[in-house]
Ligand binder design. Structure first.
Ligand code: NAD
Ligand code: MG
Length: 389
């Protein structure tokens, strides 16, 4: 029985993964669960799902977890090295930590040649080339969890997971719901609250990705993610707004065919797909009821009200360290917005100015990348000060 580690088990994707796994006892041996701040949630998960190991950030969180689980037989470890360890020694790794914090463990899983179910898109945005090189060199397998990329993967010829060049692919079409502010005036957008930004019309997600969906930065990060996952040139990756979130993305072929993957918006579908691939298993998701659909609508994204999408695309065209700078600045800006320190419209301003201030350069190594990431965060924090409400 293959073993599985769930990195970021206490999050939205982590919880959905446990839900799917619980429907299929005997399919996987649960090796490790990891959590960061929600130690009580992690404790409940440990008691219910009985992993062999749990990983938390530091010694005090480890002690807290031990107190909560009592005499439960479980190895509790802490710190970044332990995180990389559980990412390396399970057959399958669900990479569902949010943000740059998930990069080292995702790289460790690639280095160990594991099957990586990748939700942590920021890892590919920051270090796409590095990650793909490691996956190829160590014969790891990368399966996309992001619903759009999972949909593209399912719509590719023979479900292939490497470069799609020469397969008659004309374009990838990523769908976007448009988020909670799709029809809102710029004037009103200036004063939206974090809770309004996190109230996504179709998906329940962690707060960072919810804000990214509201700014459309999420779609920009996904264009970069698609470029690395499928080896498709940036100019052949399109974005279309589709408010119903029923078509999760599409692949256009040179003969005019467009293949799409549809379903109810529930992350358990892509999670179940990647867990069982190439088989199919029950995900607990209700079947799509076509008679109940009010219609499927499509429109172009508004680049004026949602500048983050264009910023991400230009960072991808600029290549080198530009996507990492974009990602770092966005993480800092979103955190400041969620903390009530800057307004919603300042997020794109902080990202744009960070890209201007930190010169893009070609990436030489992981250390170089981490140094640029740190520099971009310093600049972004300075910019946040200037935009503080
Ligand atoms: P979340 O905020 O609900 O959960 C994040 C998880 O990461 C938690 O388990 C948390 O403990 C852990 N974490 C946070 N900071 C950490 C740190 N510094 N070190 C170690 N662990 C840390 O987020 P989510 O919505 O589950 O998203 C997780 C990832 O999946 C993100 O990269 C997101 O973009 C991607 N994703 C999510 C969805 C979704 O529907 N939620 C869809 C597509 C992609
Ligand atoms: Mg997505």
């Amino acid at each position: 029985m293959p073993s599985i580690s769930i990195l970021g088990a206490t999050g939205s994707i982590g919880g959905s993964t446990l839900d799917v796994l619980a429907r299929h006892p005997g399919r996987f041996r649960l090796h490790a669960l990891t959590g960061h701040r929600r130690i009580a949630t992690l404790a409940e998960q440990c008691v219910t799902y009985r992993p062999e190991r749990a990983v938390v950030p530091d010694a005090s969180a480890a002690m807290q977890l031990r107190n909560l689980v009592g005499t439960l037989e479980i190895d509790i470890a802490h710190g970044p090295a332990a995180l990389e360890e559980v990412a390396s020694d399970a057959d399958v790794v669900m990479a569902a930590i949010v943000g740059a914090a998930g990069l080292p463990a995702a790289l460790a899983a690639a280095r160990a040649g594991r099957r990586i179910l990748l939700a942590n898109k920021e890892a590919l945005v920051m270090a796409g080339q590095l990650m793909i090189d490691l996956v190829l060199r160590h014969k790891a397998t990368l399966l996309p969890i992001d619903s759009e990329h999972n949909a593209v993967f399912q719509s590719l010829p023979r479900g292939r997971d490497t470069s799609v060049k020469g397969d008659g692919i004309a374009r990838l079409i990523l769908t976007a719901s448009g988020g909670p502010f799709r029809n809102m005036s710029l004037e009103r957008m200036a004063s939206v609250t974090p809770d309004e930004a996190c109230a996504h019309p179709n998906w329940v997600m962690g707060r960072k990705i919810s804000v990214d969906s509201a700014t459309l930065m999420n779609k920009g990060l996904e264009v970069i993610e698609a470029h690395w996952l499928f080896g498709v040139a940036p100019e052949r990756i399109e974005v279309v707004i589709h408010p119903q979130s029923v078509i999760h993305s599409m692949v256009g072929y040179i003969d005019g065919s467009v293949l799409a993957q549809l379903g109810n918006p529930d992350m358990r579908t892509p999670i179940a797909h990647a867990l069982a691939y190439p088989e199919r298993i029950d995900a607990g998701v209700a079947p799509l009821d076509f008679a109940q659909l009010s219609g499927l609508h499509f429109e172009s994204p508004d680049m004026v009200r949602f500048p983050c999408l264009a910023l991400a695309k230009s960072a991808l065209f600029a290549a080198g360290s530009a996507p990492a700078i974009l990602n770092a600045a966005n993480e800092v800006a979103v955190e400041a917005f969620l903390a009530g320190r800057i307004g919603f419209l300042s997020i794109s301003k902080v990202v744009e100015a960070s890209l201007e201030r930190v010169a893009a350069e070609s990436l030489e190594s992981l250390d170089h990348l981490l140094e640029i990431d740190a520099r971009a965060r310093v600049e972004a924090r300075n910019l946040v000060e200037q935009h503080t409400i």
